[in-house]
Design a protein around this ligand. Structure first.
Ligand SMILES: [Zn+2]
Length: 98
C-alpha cells in the first residue's frame, strides 16, 4: 500500500493532515502515515529534507549516507527506514542511479 494508490480515502486523509497542521495540532506518521504527511505537506522537497535532516538509527550513526538517509544500515530502525524507502520509491519514481 502506498500514498499513491487509487483509494477513496487517501485524498480526505491528505486534507485532514493539512487541516491539522494549519490548526497547529501535533501530527505523527509512521509508514503509510509518513507517506501521507510527506505528500500532504510538501511532496519531494519535504522527503529530501527528511532524508538529509533526520535519522532514526538506534546507534545515532550519521557517518553513512544511504539513499534513505543517515544511519548504520543494520540496526532495526535503519532496516525499517530502508524498507520503507524501497517501498515508497517503488511506487513514486525509479530508484536513483548509484
Ligand atoms: Zn542504525
Amino acid at each position: 500500500m502506498s500514498v499513491n494508490d487509487d483509494l477513496p480515502w487517501i485524498s480526505p486523509a491528505l486534507a485532514l493532515i493539512r487541516e491539522a497542521v494549519r490548526a497547529d495540532l501535533p501530527v505523527l506518521g509512521h509508514c503509510l502515515g509518513g507517506q501521507l504527511m510527506a505528500k500532504a505537506l510538501g511532496g519531494s522537497p519535504l522527503v529530501d529534507l527528511i532524508v538529509e535532516g533526520t535519522h532514526t538509527c538506534y546507534l545515532g550513526d550519521r557517518s553513512q549516507r544511504h539513499p534513505w538517509g543517515y544511519g548504520c544500515g543494520t540496526c532495526p530502525a535503519c532496516e525499517l527506514r530502508a524498507n520503507g524507502w524501497t517501498q515508497w520509491r517503488s511506487t513514486t519514481a525509479p530508484a536513483p542511479k548509484s
